[in-house]
Design a binder for this molecule. Structure first.
Ligand code: UDX
Ligand code: UDX
Length: 439
């Protein structure tokens, strides 16, 4: 089938490359001309494992191309995907749908034969109906359907998540669109991936409810971690014991500095707003948003306490800046709260992240960047691990201790074990686990 994807960002680019890999003919369109030029030159503007090879292979097979000219890319498309950004609107937290609406207007101006317009971006309940109105108003003559097809891609695992999803959710209002969607996802459909057809509002809400639930699960274990610290319990073992219950499941129960990223923070707030404006407040999710914001701000206090209460004239090494490993994405990363708070407490910061330092440099001030973890640690009065990159999981602890002025480590991702670190002479602090002290 012929597919046009509007928005060549984390979601649009992965979706376009995977649809091309299914055998469809795909054009990815983006208003950012520099991004299109970079893609046409074979450079991928985002860090997503496996994406460069997948794009190159499908460009070579002439199944995937890029364009900045939307009008030239769409008239004969069987399906047009809207995968533009839906960031939180400044100030009130509602999803900013201006890009979605402008994409809808652009689509209305060029569609010819029957076309299925697919909202892939995360959009509040009711947006599908609004997109339909925009296009219907501009083109009462046109034959089209507007469909909701939310993405459940985790950055760093997006290709695997697209090709091996737990389910495909499709919100439709007419049967004709069902056939097109089945054809689009045929390779997945053939290998028994559940394809759930429902109405648009239900499909739109499934996406928000799923993300808000995952954010709630993380925030729940983060609060249990705080309790563990008071009662001498081990949150990793609590999570393990909980997770063996099939009704709970072990995933997303890793305590940490709070969730970040381009989805959970904005999707939880958007759901809260939708719920409030529909007179059905989501008070649990309201609490999740508040607790998570507070948690990210509190983390710096742990470093200050571990370093004796003051960071004046001290250098703190920061390992990891991105919101999670295997991505360069800094959106709402805990480091954006933690680093400025450490600097406000008087610390000089020397940071290392395997992939995110370029993105971080545009968002953080007065940070010295190191070429590797050991260079960041040299002469430091303390180190805080913010992102659990594999590169930090097997540091040479004797070398760490020898390099640092004071062997103080605050491990916000529980990468290491308290007893081992105490035995190696590290003054080790972590999340939700009893400290081991050897005098
Ligand atoms: C976006 C939303 O943020 C997310 O909530 C949704 O689930 C999927 O789409 P992402 O791909 O990360 O996720 O967005 P982003 O990385 O911001 O990329 C959006 C792209 O669309 C950008 O490249 C932007 O240039 C492009 N765009 C935006 C257009 O081509 N036209 C527009 O009118 C607006
Ligand atoms: C998420 C959803 O997982 C995905 O289905 C949706 O389509 C987009 O949003 P993503 O934001 O890429 O994906 O990352 P994810 O792996 O979900 O992590 C989100 C945040 O939660 C990260 O900051 C991560 O560090 C944090 N997290 C995750 C925890 O703190 N503990 C966990 O156990 C899991």
């Amino acid at each position: 089938m012929r597919v046009t994807i509007i928005g060549a960002g984390y979601v649009g680019l992965v979706s376009g490359a995977c649809f091309a890999d299914f055998g469809h003919e795909v054009v990815c369109v983006d208003k950012d001309a520099a991004k299109i030029r970079s893609l046409e030159a074979g450079n991928i503007p985002i860090f997503e494992p496996g994406l460069a090879a997948l794009v190159a292979e499908n460009v070579k097979a002439r199944r995937l191309s890029f364009s900045g000219d939307f009008a030239a890319s769409t008239p004969n498309a069987d399906a047009v995907f809207i995968a533009v950004g839906t960031p939180s609107r400044r100030g009130d937290g509602f999803a900013d749908l201006s890009y979605v609406y402008s994409a809808a207007e652009e689509i209305a101006s060029v569609i010819e034969g029957y076309t299925v317009i697919v909202n892939k971006s995360t959009v509040p309940v009711g947006t599908g109906a609004e997109v339909e109105q925009i296009i219907r108003k501009a083109r009462p003559d046109a034959g089209f359907s507007v469909v909701s097809n939310p993405e459940f891609l985790r950055e760093g695992a997006a290709i695997a998540d697209f090709k091996h999803p737990d389910r495909i959710i499709v919100g439709v209002e007419d049967d004709r669109a069902i056939q097109v969607m089945r054809e689009l996802y045929r390779p997945l459909y053939l290998n028994e991936t559940p394809m759930v057809f429902t109405n648009r509002a239900t499909s739109e809400l499934i996406k928000y409810a799923a993300n808000a639930f995952l954010a709630t699960k993380i925030t729940f274990i983060n609060e249990i971690a705080d309790l563990c610290e008071q009662v001498g319990a081990n949150v990793q073992e609590v999570a393990g014991g909980m997770g063996l219950d099939g009704r709970i499941g072990a995933k997303f129960l890793h305590a940490g500095p709070g969730y970040g990223g381009s989805c959970f923070p904005k999707d939880t707030i958007a759901l809260v707003r939708t719920a409030q404006s529909n007179n059905a407040p989501a008070r649990i999710v309201e609490a999740v948003v508040e607790i998570n914001d507070e948690r990210k701000k509190k983390m710096a206090g742990r470093v200050i306490a571990a370093c004796g209460g003051s960071l004046a004239n001290k250098t703190i090494a920061v390992l990891g800046l991105t919101f999670k490993p295997n991505t360069d994405d800094m959106r709402d990363s805990p480091s954006l709260d933690i680093v400025p708070a450490l600097q406000a407490a008087g610390a000089a910061i020397r940071a290392y992240d395997p992939v995110g330092m370029k993105e971080a440099a545009a968002l953080l001030d007065d940070v010295e960047y190191a070429e590797g973890p050991y260079q960041a640690l040299k002469g430091a009065d303390g180190v805080v691990i913010i992102t659990e990159w594999d590169e930090f999981r097997a540091l040479d602890i004797d070398r760490v201790k020898a390099l640092m002025k004071a062997p103080v480590m605050v491990d916000l991702r529980n990468i290491y074990r308290p007893r081992e670190m105490a035995e190696r002479g590290i003054d080790y602090h972590s999340i939700g686990r009893p400290r081991e002290i050897f005098e």
